[in-house]
Design a protein around this ligand. Structure first.
Ligand code: CTP
Length: 424
């Protein structure tokens, strides 16, 4: 329908970006479930109206009224979102008008103008993402490969289209690493040189989160960090980022030392064991442990510039004092209940971070707490107390807490002993 509507208006419609790349990479017999589809409209031998993408999306919205339409005025793109069944997930189709982007200054947000498909593809990040398939006739189904993307897919290379690519958009460094590791590709040597040049050139002062970078840029950067640190391939990706010197744009002193590398792997092991269902955000804790290697003032600057969630910023801000309290109080605890009463004041995220940054004995106690002691429950609950004839009151909590302490310290082991304990 999208192609038909475009055709009627004398426009061309193209499938572009990641979907084309993934379709070409998929083995012939494999069905690919596309959930994120990018379409681009342009005119025959001329630029289409700037509003063509939005017009097409609005027309499709009339045909499929169940779809949600959202328009991004600034870049003249429209997104159509289908909420399909829970198994298949949702489908998102972005429709943009072919455009040329100008970067008024390095690392700025691009300014946009309508143009042809070739120019639209030229503004993209890598050759493998600058392929298009024409969906309208004539030549419907034709693959447009102006920049050697197919050959790079064959030879497994991540290659930029021009030397300024990383200067214009610093988040592309993170994308290069993400695609390289995810697809098992190599960053082409000249592209790697451009990355190193961009980092060395100091243009990243703009991005560097010690300063005050453009909010849109940091949002994109946070999204890339989220992708990388959440992915199953986060370890090789982080190593590659470090190898390229690409942690420096985050902070000039951020270096993946052997110690930090150990800590972040340890955090991940703990998270895998303690939180297999991802109740907490694993990528964020990995990012926090990286940021925690810096001084407190620097941590806060990075975390707030990256617009991390409030609780994450608070953790990084208060880490030193919480760490100090925990590390000085733990050696004075003797009974299990004393450890529990101290550690239960802290959320799992902070205990994991403090745990992996501590010496072996403290790490061991925090691990014991997280894996065993924190799961111990009093042998009776409020209903049991009611059944014993007590009227519910604030005292219940105190009694149950005393019961828990006695249970933790193995003074009582059976329900009958618990009942006797309450009576006395
Ligand atoms: N793009 C770009 N520069 C960026 C981000 C995106 O040139 N900094 C272009 C690329 O052509 C990319 C397309 O926009 O293919 C869509 O971006 P996105 O959805 O982020 O990436 P995909 O290639 O679709 O990859 P993924 O499969 O990870 O979603």
């Amino acid at each position: 329908n999208a192609a038909k509507e475009a055709q009627q208006r004398g426009w061309h419609l193209y499938l572009v970006g990641g979907a084309v790349r993934d379709l070409l990479l998929a083995p012939g017999n494999q069905t690919l479930l596309l959930q994120d589809i990018d379409l681009v409209v342009d005119g025959f031998h001329r630029a289409a109206d700037v509003g063509a993408g939005v017009e097409l999306a609005s027309k499709l919205r009339e045909i499929y009224p169940q779809v949600r339409l959202s328009v991004h005025g600034e870049f003249q793109t429209a997104a159509l979102i289908w909420h399909k069944d829970p198994e298949l997930g949702s489908l998102m189709i972005d429709i943009a008008t072919a455009r040329t982007e100008f970067y008024p200054y390095p690392a700025a947000n691009p300014q946009v103008e309508a143009s042809s498909i070739r120019q639209d593809l030229y503004r993209r990040d890598f050759t493998i993402n600058a392929l298009a398939v024409r969906l309208t006739s004539p030549k419907e189904g034709e693959l447009l490969d102006f920049f050697g993307g197919v050959e790079d897919l064959r030879s497994h290379q991540i290659k930029v289209l021009h030397a300024n690519s990383f200067i214009e958009d610093p988040t592309r460094i993170y994308r290069a690493v993400r695609f390289a590791v995810r697809l098992g590709f190599k960053i082409e040597p000249l592209t790697e040189e451009y990355i190193r040049y961009a980092i060395e050139s100091g243009v990243y002062e703009k991005l560097r989160l010690e300063n005050h970078p453009a909010p849109a840029l940091t949002t994109r950067l946070r999204a890339e960090l989220n992708y990388i640190l959440e992915a199953s391939y986060w370890k090789p990706a982080l190593q590659l980022l470090s190898h390229l010197g690409a942690l420096r744009p985050l902070h000039s002193q951020l270096v993946l030392t052997g110690e930090l590398w150990w800590e972040i792997r340890c955090v991940s092991r703990w998270l895998r064991y303690l939180d297999p269902d991802h109740h907490v955000s694993h990528w964020l804790i990995r990012l926090e442990i990286l940021i925690a290697s810096l001084k407190t003032e620097e941590r806060i600057k990075i975390a707030s510039n990256l617009q991390l969630p409030k609780d994450s910023i608070e953790r990084l801000e208060n880490l030193d004092s919480m760490e100090k309290t925990i590390k000085s109080a733990l050696p004075n605890c003797q009974k299990v209940s004393e450890f529990v009463l101290l550690l239960r004041q802290y959320k799992i995220q902070i205990l994991i971070i403090v745990g992996v940054r501590s010496d072996k004995s403290i790490r061991h106690i925090i691990w014991q707490y997280l894996t065993q002691w924190s799961k111990t429950q009093a042998l009776l609950n409020g209903n049991d107390l009611k059944a014993m004839g007590y009227k519910p009151s604030p005292k219940f909590k105190e009694i149950l807490d005393q019961l828990l302490i006695a249970t933790l310290d193995q003074k009582i082991e059976t329900k009958q002993e618990a009942v006797d304990f309450v009576k006395t």
